[in-house]
Design a protein around this ligand. Sequence first.
Ligand code: HEC
Length: 102
Amino acid sequence: MKSIILSCLISISCFASAETLISADANAGKALVEKNCVSCHAESFGGDGSGIYTRELRKVKNLKELVAQIRSCHTMIGLKWFEDEELNVAKYLNQSYYKFTE
Ligand code: HEC
């Protein structure tokens, strides 16, 4: 179990770079976010909930933190996304809102 956790931690830092997002699918990510993530964010931020990504004191400061936050949100609601799904979502959110280059 420990080694699974460790390899996840390592893969966050290895995978969350601009290069690894090149092959990710932003449209698939968008569909996942719309299906699973919007309602809760919209409850606290109104509208389509995207205000959570653009608020002044947003939490996420780089791609690595973005993937980590996506992971903690989907884990919280009991989804078991694969890493490629996390990366698809990261690509979508980054292209649409965050615009990080690293
Ligand atoms: C049950 C409610 C809930 C659901 C469902 C949820 N989130 Fe969140 N999300 C939150 C809350 C609350 C925060 C703000 C956390 C904070 O400020 O510490 C947040 C913050 C975030 C942020 C960081 C915003 C910032 O400040 O930069 C991202 C990215 C995010 N969520 C992605 C997702 C994704 C992807 C999903 C779908 C798997 C999802 N969330 C589903 C409640 C939720």
